[in-house]
Design a binder for this molecule. Sequence first.
Ligand SMILES: [Zn+2]
Length: 260
Amino acid sequence: MEAGAAKVKAVKRATLARFGGGVLDLIYPPTCLDCGAPTARHAALCPRCFAKLRPITAPYCPVLGLPFEVSLGPDARSAEAIADPPPFERARSAVIYNEVARAVVGRLKYGDRPELAGFCARLMAAAGSDLWAEARVLVPVPLHFWRLVGRRYNQSTELARALSRLTGHAVDPTLVSRTRRTRQQVGLSADARQRNVAGAFTAHPDILRRLNGRGVVLVDDVITTGSTVKAITRTLKRAGVDKIDVISFARVVTGGESPI
Ligand SMILES: [Zn+2]
């Protein structure tokens, strides 16, 4: 019932968007993505909710992008990166996954606010500033074909497209596909997550020619244990890709707020 109503609203919104922002603002005045308070522009949080987002800024682990309480020097790695070095080179995330980030990601997944990807991508572009120096191809974490059919919308693809517009790097959602259907990762332990996604992905047979020497930046909405992006990285490496980084909007930080 609610989902249907939201879809109708999204369609109306998209139709109205064709008539320009002025008319859209009159009929649907911009409201906060989380609490619904009036805002100055569409796809934004009100100042109170925006202040509740916790951006990940330096100092952080140069490998995993996990925030440090205090600076331990430029080469200091997190205990997690030392104990279990990831197959990718670097991961960066814009914000810590908390209540507000959860609300933003929830709306992004649902797809009733397509302009929301732009909001997230602006924060991601800044968080990944050290990834953009060389030519890269942005590759969204794929959904399985049948899940995409059911949802009609891959939030990671929307994020990658918005990030491409901001950074100027190419996006190619066809370089990796999810060839085995997997259970939802939510509620699974770290070990179970790893088993769940092992061997689930396939690289495009022509990937090296398509990359033409450019490295890959995997794009995801939330990184929890990292098992999905690690599995994709291993698949890419087997296909001969050697430079792989990761960027997400939100990152679950152990001991932080609101685990999934
Ligand atoms: Zn708000």
